[in-house]
Design a protein around this ligand. Sequence first.
Ligand SMILES: Cc1cc2nc3c(=O)[nH]c(=O)nc-3n(C[C@H](O)[C@H](O)[C@H](O)COP(=O)(O)OP(=O)(O)OC[C@H]3O[C@@H](n4cnc5c(N)ncnc54)[C@H](O)[C@@H]3O)c2cc1C
Length: 582
Amino acid sequence: MKGFQIFRRASTAIRNRATPSKLLIVLTFGAAGGAFLAISDDSPFRSLTAGESGNDGGKKKKLVVLGTGWGGTTFLKNLKTSAYDVHVVSPHNYFTFTPLLPSVTNGTVEARSIVEPIRNIVRNKPYNVEFKEAECYRIDPVNKKVYCRSIQNLGHGENEFALDYDVLVIAMGARVNTFNTPGVEEHAHFLKEVDDAQKLRRSIIDCYERASLPTISEEEKKRIMHFVVVGGGPTGVEYAAELHDFASQDLASLYPSLKDYLKITLLEAGNHILPMFHKKVTDFANEKFQKDQIDVKTGSMVVKVSDKDISTKNRATGQIEAIPYGVVLWSTGIATRPVIAEFMEKIGQAGRRVMAIDEWLKVQGCDDVYALGDCASIAQRKALEDAAAIMKTVDKNNAGAVDVGDFKEFVKDIYERYPQVRKYLEKNKLKNFEALLRNAQGDSQKKIDIEALKKALSEVDSQVSFLPPTAQVASQQGKYLAACFNKAGRCEKKPEGPFRFQENAGRYPFHPFSYKHSGQFAPLGGEQAAVQFPGDWVSIGHASQGLWYTVYASKLVTWRTKVLVVSDWFRRFTFGRDSSHL
Ligand SMILES: Cc1cc2nc3c(=O)[nH]c(=O)nc-3n(C[C@H](O)[C@H](O)[C@H](O)COP(=O)(O)OP(=O)(O)OC[C@H]3O[C@@H](n4cnc5c(N)ncnc54)[C@H](O)[C@@H]3O)c2cc1C
């Protein structure tokens, strides 16, 4: 009895105490302690202490957050002000650690280990928060309302509700892009949500069990045991590698008669797999897949998927081939959700591929609405568009031309407002902005006029680029936006952002969002991974896989998920993956 009470007290303490003390308690009670010590909590989801509080005396503003993925959850975790009543709407009442979804498809990690209930994440925050398990189906920016539909089946008229907002944060992510390929929605698997990963896991085991039945013909067995992955990006490649490991390390010994029937094919419409990685990584992945007998077909565009065949068109020859398959995973990138597309039409962004936000994450053409993550893209202001405004600011005497040195006072602001300038200088090994202007003028003695400035700025605009749709970007944006909300009052009085050249007066309240890329991984199976750090520094092999384990364990959102995932990894190393047909 006494032992049970001690256990109950410890359990309550673990659930209620702050993060570092949880670790201490876990270690004190000796539950596989040594292993967890190896993980450092450098995640953006660290518990925050209450910071500046808002004006609780007056009526609080209503802040509605749509989505509980990387962007929305990081925003909520980092929001420290009590100035808002927060309402969160999402069809999932949990956050999913998407980088480990491929590991869920084969049971390396269990589904529940990579999710954290959103109510757990936002409890003990300094703001009032309510969560609604529903999906938003319409945004009305004129009346400042979002229309939502519960995912519970409550019956006529009870499923739908509307929420007013003073400030709206859209973090709804994106949908899978099928490119309207016939049959994809009906027959292919996707890998965006936990449900998808679980379905995929069941389908693989389903194929093995079906192919083991005595009534199945040889030809049918070959078809059932053919697993096709469409899309040679990081997710498709990682899934193919994970599937190969599952099949060769676990299923081969459990289903020995099917070993020779297994076939994995990776179809990619472009010329290379992993096109965003260094050539060394692509070459290594190709070689590894060749050794593992994963058939990589580049230049192969899928044109149709039926229940048993996938039709591909060879981009070089135009030849169409029908490939029989057992399971197909569709992983070819993302597209805008219909609710966002409809909202974009309302705010004058029709025709754009992705919703445009400014450098402060505010939706362009709409007040009090911010967006982050995969559902939006920063439309970086072109420096050339502001050439005349910059000249007017620098040319205080209205002389029509200025000395290069006259820009000195504004160079820091130019660098911050137009980050493409710095990128251009680095790329072209130019020492500073003055060097760029001198190059454009062509005569180091002459003053700089508007034409020379335009010439210089038109060149730098070539360096404007879009951020990739990744968790890294979404979470940094969530953290940035929360920081802006937290310090809004202070920055209104004392703006910290760059000079407003267009208005020729004052400063922006905040620094614009600036993305810091910390590298990307490509797990390639067989306990090997590739990692590419900024500056194109590449490392491939077992050590990189070790780094992958460490980084992903440390990035998991809470200590609970860290512990679960690490113990799943130990379980897998010790007992192999579970092939039960649940
Ligand atoms: C399998 C896989 C592996 C990945 N691996 C990596 C990786 O290793 N590194 C990396 O940086 N990135 C990775 N990514 C990409 C990364 O997951 C996304 O870029 C990131 O999730 C984007 O964050 P987000 O907040 O914009 O959207 P999401 O994380 O997709 O969140 C969207 C949220 O909106 C909710 N929602 C959807 N519809 C509605 C609606 N109508 N109303 C309200 N809410 C709604 C969803 O339930 C969800 O909570 C991976 C993605 C996948 C699918």
